[in-house]
Design a binder for this molecule. Sequence first.
Ligand SMILES: *[C@@H]1O[C@H](CO)[C@@H](O)[C@H](O)[C@H]1NC(C)=O
Ligand SMILES: *[C@@H]1O[C@H](CO)[C@@H](O)[C@H](O)[C@H]1NC(C)=O
Ligand SMILES: [Fe+2]
Length: 205
Amino acid sequence: MKLVYTVASAFLVVLIAQSAYASEKLSAQDYAYNSTCLNHLRSHIKRELQAAVTYLAMGAWANHYSVQRPGLANFFFDSASEEREHGLKLLGYLRMRGHNDLDILPSSLEPLNGKYEWENSLSALRQALKMEKDVTESIKKIIDYCADAEDHQLADYLTGDFMEEQLKGQRNVAGLANTLQGVLRKQPRLGEWIFDNNLSKSMAV
Ligand SMILES: *[C@@H]1O[C@H](CO)[C@@H](O)[C@H](O)[C@H]1NC(C)=O
Ligand SMILES: *[C@@H]1O[C@H](CO)[C@@H](O)[C@H](O)[C@H]1NC(C)=O
Ligand SMILES: [Fe+2]
């Protein structure tokens, strides 16, 4: 009799535990978040995608038969893919946080300032550098806002992973612009061609 009683109460415990699981609400949100902070991050996706479009326009320009800078064209096309990846990475992060707003595309597919042509390689690289600096600034502002809003998870994610990649990209563009400037000083006529030839080779490896 005592054994039956023990087995029955063990069953009861299991049943209660199961029903406790069944009534638990399953939500992706693990804590109350500041919606403005997540909205700022979502808006930032638009910036990354607009940078992708701008790099595509720069690549198309460098690739044009009258410009013929294949090294730079490859660099810009690769950069466009990277910017697109950044946008998707942020989208994945927002989904993971339970943010599901679909408004992630720029309002138009125009490159920045509606510009499709550049005076020369250096002016294209200068605009690219300015664009990267603006993106960095935007990320910094989101970090500050979200840290104030006590979304430390988001602030940490952006400060670590994401900002590091952004700064690497920015340094890379600045390095190219400086190198080109140096080569042009020594070789005003052939400098751009020498630089591009070298860039083609270094991107091929
Ligand atoms: C989000 O955080 C900011 C900055 O701390 C605060 O001013 C704002 O009221 C918060 N908004 C919401 C919706 O919680
Ligand atoms: C050529 O490329 C190398 C790295 O790939 C770089 O260090 C060097 O400064 C470049 N030189 C010119 C003239 O572009
Ligand atoms: Fe980016």
